[in-house]
Ligand binder design. Structure first.
Ligand code: UTP
Length: 407
């Protein structure tokens, strides 16, 4: 472990010496805790995130497999997908390392009870959706669950307490993602306590390298998994390991499939699929120019009309090939609890600093080919980001009811 002098030098290099402000007040154990954290923390994310601006290449429309095209080939796609599942070639990866700050619950987001007259947890909705496929196809599907330092124990304990909601426990593997320091708007690391820097999960983009580090590549390879369906914790309606989607990606020989929905309006705040310098890519809603927003295709439809819902199907061997490549870092504004210069606890009402994140959508651009696969919004998109309003507990409940889920 680092000595005080080494820690001082490291912090000085990154202009973060305030981290040692309360050092003299700490107990020997706390001193050790802080030195260890300084040793383990990668402060370069703060500087490199600032440097990695979002220089985009030349954007052009991507062709989307739309609902009518899927219907025409549905039986073939479903047969191919179901066969791959039966051969054990498909795994699912739940991204549940986020903090869910907008929902504002202290527990992991998946523990949120979205039921009204009965208990129905977000994790339970997802497991139920996956179990639909397991039962229909008649084969088990491995489920990998990404957690973070902040919610790992609570998540694992919850799954145990709920008996994995009827899922075969032997098919479930947990792994933890990495943390990154959280800073104020000037890039100074916040202190969570006098002996701990504030950290937050480093985004959902590092999932594959975290799986690798967690030793799960062996599990994947031994099981013969060729496709990984990565999905977010908060969309309670999404279909997971959807045989039709898998069949479409596999039959077409694509490196990745991306479930997309038709945008509700040109200004809807979703990232849209496109090509960037001829490779698949996603333009975030805040990067969408007016020109792109208004551009029409040869059928008179908006040329960038399909938004991503964070449900991707990756061809596993392509991920192994890009595992060593570094993803760009994004700076995200968030509310961060911390102590002030006098050591008093601060619980901010509004966003007060930055977190540094890798995003899964940046992996898409590193792959050769992608099939955007249209799904019906009302049937497959009910994200729970907020308590009320857009993408909320309220809107998701409404959608669940409409899809026949008893609440
Ligand atoms: P969000 O972008 O909604 O972030 O995550 P969040 O941290 O969960 O929520 P807010 O913004 O604080 O309210 C989209 C998906 O990516 C996962 C989340 O768990 C969710 O499934 N995620 C996000 C991670 O797994 N790790 C991260 O570091 C961030």
């Amino acid at each position: 472990m680092m000595t005080y002098t080494e820690a001082y030098k490291k912090l000085e290099r990154f202009d973060q010496l305030h981290v040692l402000k309360f050092y003299d007040e700490l107990s020997p154990e706390e001193k050790e805790e802080l030195l260890r954290q300084i040793d383990e923390t990668d402060f370069s994310v703060i500087t490199s995130a600032k440097a990695s601006g979002s220089e985009k290449g030349k954007i052009s429309p991507i062709s989307v497999l739309q609902l009518d095209g899927i219907e025409e080939r549905r039986s073939s796609f479903e047969k191919t997908g179901a066969e791959l599942i039966r051969q054990g070639k498909v795994g699912a990866v739940l991204l549940a390392g986020g903090m869910g700050t907008r929902l504002g619950s202290d527990n992991p987001k998946g523990m949120y009870n979205i039921g009204i007259t009965r208990e129905l947890f977000i994790f339970e909705c997802l497991i139920n959706n996956l179990l639909d496929v397991v039962k229909k196809v008649g084969a088990p599907i491995k489920l990998f669950i990404m957690t973070s330092d902040k919610n790992h124990e609570a998540t694992v304990a919850f799954f145990n307490e709920k008996n994995y909601f009827g899922y075969d426990k032997a098919q479930v593997h947990f792994f933890m993602q990495d943390m990154a320091p959280a800073t104020d708007f000037d890039g100074k690391v916040f202190m969570e306590t006098k002996s701990r820097m504030a950290t937050s999960p480093n985004g959902n983009g590092g999932w594959f390298s975290s799986m690798k580090r967690g030793g799960l590549l062996t599990v994947i390879n031994e099981a013969g998994i060729e496709w990984l369906n990565v999905f977010a914790v908060d969309n309670v309606l999404q279909r997971i390991a959807d045989p039709c989607f898998i069949g479409a990606a596999a039959e077409g020989g694509y490196a990745v499939g991306s479930k997309v929905i038709k945008k509700a309006s040109p200004d809807e705040r979703v990232g849209v699929m496109c090509l960037e310098d001829g490779r698949p890519s996603i333009v975030e809603y805040y990067e969408l120019s007016d020109e792109m927003r208004d551009q029409l295709d040869e059928n008179g439809e908006p040329a960038y009309n399909y938004g991503v819902i964070l449900n991707y199907l990756f061809r596993e061997k392509d991920l192994e090939a890009l595992a060593e490549r570094t993803l760009p870092l994004h700076i995200v504004k968030k509310k961060i609890n911390h102590i002030d210069a006098d050591g008093n606890a601060v619980i901010p009402e509004a966003e007060n600093g930055f977190k540094y994140e890798n995003l899964v959508l940046d992996m898409i651009n590193m792959l050769e080919s992608c099939i955007p696969f249209e799904v019906v919004r009302e049937h497959e998109f009910a994200p729970v980001k907020n308590r009320t309003g857009v993408d909320s507990v309220d809107s998701a409940r409404e959608l669940l009811k409409r899809n026949g889920v008893a609440l």
